[in-house]
Design a protein around this ligand. Structure first.
Ligand code: AMP
Length: 249
């Protein structure tokens, strides 16, 4: 079985995000970038399936500028076998990403495609679903457990107030939730080995995909600043402030 994993380069989750002065976007200059955490979980799940002997090959794909190759190399150091970089300086929207992934699915014929449930930068939560529609493959989103059994995959999903288990016929699409697994750290020898693993570079045009988007970002605003808290000397003072200043009692 071949598994295709889609990985996105995003701002590292530890970084405090700054908005550009003209509010056109988030400021990415000199900001630490990383593998989207949900994509890291997707790579880990694929590598575990390979280690269990369920999968033979794990292929990772990232779409974006040349620098995305760093995140592909990280995924290779975590245990993926080969990478595909679809290079573009335009920031493709989810539909364009799904169209590119759909073309790669047709070329690579994976039995399982694993994506993160969401990118932590754009918070779209839609690429896996769009790919399912375009490729006509069944989807199990927000997976907290994945079990492959013959030509089926069972996906346990975290839904409001409980868990739902679905059975999908392969080939299928799975998107990862936070509790699916805890990704490993890449060891130094594996980081070195990853440098020699194959990485193919293509363009959206090679795959026959137009990137023109019908969506434009009008404005980006940071959350409102919270005012500083105060210390009170006694419970009586707290009650007095809640009654007369905050007026919540
Ligand atoms: P989103 O729908 O943008 O929240 O992203 C969900 C998932 O789609 C991500 O976790 C990735 O697995 C995949 N994805 C989104 N954008 C890209 C990209 N530019 N390159 C590769 N995978 C992507």
């Amino acid at each position: 079985m071949k598994i295709l994993v889609a990985v996105k380069r995003v701002i590292d989750y530890n970084v405090k995000v700054r908005v550009k002065a003209d509010q056109s976007d988030v400021d990415l200059s000199n900001v630490k970038m990383a593998l989207n955490p949900f994509c890291e979980i997707a790579v880990e799940e694929a590598v575990r399936l390979k280690e269990k002997g369920v999968a033979e090959e794990v292929v990772v794909v990232s779409i974006g500028p040349k620098a995305c190759q760093e995140q592909i190399r990280t995924a290779l150091a975590l245990g993926a076998d080969r990478g595909i970089h679809v290079e573009t300086d335009a920031m493709p929207d989810s539909l364009a990403v799904a169209k590119i992934l759909n073309k790669l699915v047709a070329e690579e014929a994976p039995q399982l495609v694993i994506l993160g449930k969401q990118s932590i930068d754009s918070d779209n939560n839609q690429t896996g679903q769009m790919l399912a529609a375009l490729s006509d493959m069944p989807q199990g989103t927000f997976a907290s457990e994945v079990k492959v059994d013959g030509d089926k995959v069972q996906v346990t999903r975290e839904v409001d107030g409980g868990l739902q288990t679905l059975e999908l016929t392969l080939p299928a699409i799975v998107t990862t939730d936070l509790r699916l697994n805890e990704p490993r750290y890449a060891s130094l020898p594996n980081i070195m080995k990853a440098k020699r693993k194959p990485l193919d570079v293509k363009t959206p045009a090679d795959l026959g995909v137009e990137l023109a988007s019908k969506i434009s970002v009008l404005k980006v605003e940071p959350p409102a600043e919270r005012s500083a808290g105060i210390k009170v000397a006694s419970v009586a003072e707290l009650v007095e402030k809640l009654k007369n200043e905050a007026k919540v009692l």
